[in-house]
Design a protein around this ligand. Structure first.
Ligand code: PMP
Ligand code: GLN
Length: 378
């Protein structure tokens, strides 16, 4: 009765990664690369430590890094965020998201999100007394039905959370989606939390539609990003968020008592590493190669798929293989076939008829080849 999250257990990422380890299965479950971050970046962190950047950083992050982030927005999206007042460096995207929600959501406020949804949004809303109202994206294309969204926006709606490219489905919001959203929100005070951690992983020549590209969205948005996804170092837990000054001021009131500030030497290193745009601009090609390789190897398997448009995940439909529930099937694949994945129902999908698993493709080509061999025998 004391629990504020009575329906929450250990996250599926932890469960599946440890099951994979116990059974020595190939781990394509939790999303993280099994290859190294650039040695140059690692050297920059150690030199930052050796040159004495080992005490607290400023609350919002070191100025050099905030300037580098602002420059990236100018260069990629032709838009400006002021390094003094509109950018905060965070302990990964997770902390940014939790703090944004804590800073704004009160008892009975409604938050709209799209399912399947990344798992950290719901508990953050719930802990703050808010209520999640959701719209289901239908497999296999996971496109938004905007008429449904229109119906659930009320005077209680305080925030909408979007995630493009989307974990777990790999779908993206198009320019048309963003324009419709912009129109829908016009004249309201609804805050947009735009989770863009996979902004640099988008395929088939598509362009990432950041919320900052749409003026009437930008003025109400927090853009959330994660260096872990971009530079192959999820364990460093460093990310950032940007928002107009008034929103950011509220965010920082909560942030200063949440973590106060984040890892100083890593910020120092990232500030320098970001100076070279090629360090992130090549990422879409890098991961498109992996998606294409993996899918070309499993075309004759019994799994069905629509190629992911972005992220380093690919969902596979197993409805022609078994009627088993997705959690049971994912566990059985791990213990018996030695390959771990994530069952899609954990992303709070209401539509439990979907027989879908998510596989992480941030793996060496060798691992992907091995994974495909296993998948072809299921
Ligand atoms: N949002 C999404 C959609 C994610 O996939 C992840 C990482 N899996 C996060 C947020 C959290 O990012 P970080 O590791 O930087 O906290
Ligand atoms: N974001 C990663 C994923 O989707 C996992 C992060 C975590 O373990 N919480 O797999």
């Amino acid at each position: 009765h004391r629990s504020k999250l009575p329906n929450v257990g250990t996250t599926i990422f932890t469960v599946m990664s440890s099951l994979a380890q116990d059974h020595q299965a190939l781990n394509l479950s939790q999303g993280f690369p099994n290859f190294k971050s650039d040695q140059k970046l690692i050297d920059l962190v150690s030199s930052a430590m050796n040159s004495g950047h080992n005490q607290y950083a400023p609350m919002a992050g070191i100025m050099e890094l905030r300037v580098a982030i602002a420059n990236k927005f100018e260069k990629l999206y032709d838009t400006s965020y002021h390094p003094d007042s509109e950018i905060t460096v965070t302990a990964g995207a997770t902390q940014a998201i939790f703090t944004i929600i804590s800073a704004f959501i009160k008892q009975d406020d409604e938050v709209i999100l799209f399912r399947p949804a990344y798992d950290c949004y719901d508990p953050a809303v719930e802990l703050n007394g808010g209520k999640v109202v959701s719209v289901q994206l239908e497999a296999p294309h996971y496109k938004v039905n905007w008429d449904e969204v229109k119906k659930i926006i009320t005077y209680k709606t305080k925030m909408i959370i979007i995630n493009t490219p989307q974990n777990p489905s790999g779908t993206i919001f198009t320019k048309e989606d963003m324009v419709i959203l912009e129109d829908l929100l016009r004249g309201t005070d609804i805050i947009l939390l735009s989770d863009e951690v996979y902004e640099h992983i988008i395929f088939d020549g598509e362009k990432h539609q950041s919320a900052c590209l749409f003026p009437d969205l930008k003025s109400r948005s927090f853009i959330v990003a994660s260096f872990g996804k971009t530079f192959h170092n999820t364990g460093w837990k460093t990310g950032y968020c940007c928002a107009p000054k008034e929103l950011m001021a509220e965010f920082q009131k909560a942030h200063q008592f949440n973590v106060f500030c984040v890892n100083h030497p890593v910020q120092k290193a990232l500030a320098e590493y970001l100076q070279e745009p090629n360090h992130y601009l090549g990422l879409s090609n890098f991961y498109q190669h992996k998606r294409d390789l993996f899918l070309s190897l499993i075309t004759d398997s019994r799994f069905k798929f629509v190629p992911a448009k972005g992220t380093y995940f690919q969902v596979l439909d197993y409805s022609e293989i078994t009627h088993e529930d997705d959690v049971d099937f994912a566990k059985r694949l791990t213990t018996d076939h030695k390959i771990a994945s994530i069952p899609l129902s954990v992303f709070n999908t209401h539509n439990l008829d979907n027989k879908v698993l998510r596989f992480c493709l941030a793996k060496t080509d060798e691992t992907l080849n091995h994974a495909a061999e296993i998948i072809n025998q299921i």
